[in-house]
Design a protein around this ligand. Structure first.
Ligand SMILES: [Zn+2]
Length: 174
């Protein structure tokens, strides 16, 4: 009998989805439009929206907004840290100064002639010390890893912020 089947379908609890943790929430038929129902998994309070079927929207977005603020602050802090880590690259530029100092030393202390040989020696010193300093910075100080890790952390935190923003937007539509 199709009529009976339809009736039991109406009385059966509907399955809603938590707008926060995405787990299923059974919404009993006795819950009317505008009633509150809590997610059994994460405790988020929802409002029942009955229209075509049943929909659950977050009843109070305040905790989400707070989480978003905290998360945005974390993104900012991580970006600051990343800027700092990146700034300390380029230490190899100091090799330039070392090369010039070496040339001055050769001329002043060793009475080196101002010739192309001196220039070559100075350039060699610049390049070598520049490379050594950059390598020290890169590998020994593990700056590279740190920058990578920070970038990944920032990406993750930003994705989280985006998700929170979307949930807040969704909850304010009702
Ligand atoms: Zn939940």
């Amino acid at each position: 009998m199709p009529g009976l089947a339809d009736e039991s379908a109406i009385l059966r609890p509907h399955k809603g989805r938590c707008a926060h943790c995405r787990s299923d929430i059974a919404v009993p038929a006795t819950y009317a439009h505008g009633d509150f129902i809590k997610c059994g998994t994460c405790g988020m309070q929802h409002k029942v929206v009955r229209g075509e079927g049943v929909k659950l929207v977050i009843a109070d977005a305040t905790p989400l907004k707070e989480a978003l603020r905290t998360n945005d602050a974390m993104v900012e802090r991580l970006q600051d840290e990343l800027r700092g880590a990146r700034r300390s690259f380029g230490i190899g530029v100091n090799g330039l100064g070392i090369g010039v100092a070496y040339a001055i030393y050769l001329v002043a202390m060793k009475e080196h002639a101002l010739d192309t040989q001196l220039a070559t020696k100075a350039v060699m010193a610049m390049v070598m010390s520049g490379i050594v300093l950059e390598l020290l910075n890169y590998f020994f100080l593990a700056k590279r890893q740190r920058v990578k890790r920070l970038q990944a952390d920032i990406e993750e935190a930003q994705a989280q912020s985006d998700e929170l923003e979307q949930k807040i937007r969704e909850s304010s539509r009702f």
